[in-house]
Ligand binder design. Structure first.
Ligand code: HEC
Length: 221
């Protein structure tokens, strides 16, 4: 941390380098990138862990039909809480989606990252560790886009596997008539979390020493 501060102080008095992003030179960008990756990884781990725990508990105590609400209502609320606290946005995407809002057309940049994740898994990478940071353009502004692979776990098969219970599935179909999110195998890529944050926002938080993994208290239950 001390070293980072020294680097920042030095950079402030040096002339600007050729590659600039949100007022940062190459060395600052590199330092910031490794910090945001750690930060985003921590966040998606918290989010994935909280969702899994909530899902498991609800399925055990109230059954799978009632657990639909966890994925449907609680997942976005938990994600929103973490996002607001950290000045960024978080969403879930999939190439085989249940909620139409989470779907991706094959020709989009997010879809190509998901395809890249599947290829990395096919080449032997552990899907639980697969993620990617990209700098994207949003209305002319540079944004960090961090995508983290979501693997299909055993518990997920109840609602996303090949043999979803008929009564449960008819309930799912009531909400999602165009559901494409079934037939997954354990370990298969289910989708990804996508975090986006303006580079300028991340840089400001970093310089203020506020780019720490923070989660709202309600998600720590
Ligand atoms: C009780 C049923 C149920 C279980 C179990 C379940 N899901 Fe879901 N899943 C849903 C529903 C319902 C949605 C749609 C949520 C929405 O409207 O945003 C969904 C949506 C998703 C999405 C967002 C993309 C899309 O298809 O809309 C992902 C990713 C996802 N689930 C992953 C998982 C993973 C990973 C697990 C296991 C840890 C899991 N789900 C377990 C019911 C379930």
């Amino acid at each position: 941390m001390k070293k980072m501060l020294i680097i920042f102080s030095l950079m402030a008095i040096l002339p600007c380098q050729a590659t600039e992003l949100a007022g940062l030179n190459a060395a600052e960008q590199q330092a910031l990138e490794s910090q945001v990756v750690a930060h985003y990884r921590h966040m998606t781990k918290q989010l994935g862990g909280t969702l899994l725990k909530t899902l498991q508990t609800t399925m055990q105590t109230e059954g799978a039909v009632n657990a639909i609400a966890v994925c449907r209502e609680q997942a976005p609320v938990i994600a929103k809480g973490i996002a607001e606290e950290n000045h960024l946005s978080i969403k879930r995407v999939s190439l085989k989606n249940r909620n139409p809002h989470n779907g991706l057309s094959a020709d989009t940049q997010e879809a190509s990252v998901l395809q890249n994740f599947a290829e990395r898994q096919a080449k032997g990478e552990d899907l639980t560790q697969v993620d990617k940071l990209t700098v994207i353009d949003v209305n002319g502004q540079p944004y960090y886009q961090f995508m983290k692979a979501i693997p299909t776990g055993t518990v997920c098969l109840t609602c996303h596997g090949a043999n979803v219970d008929a009564a449960l599935y008819s309930k799912i179909k009531e909400y999602y008539p165009d559901d494409k999110a079934i037939g997954f195998k354990e370990g298969e890529l289910r989708g990804a979390f996508v975090i986006t944050q303006a580079v300028s926002e991340a840089a400001a938080l970093y310089k203020a020493g506020k780019l720490q993994p923070v989660t709202p208290t309600e998600t720590q239950k």
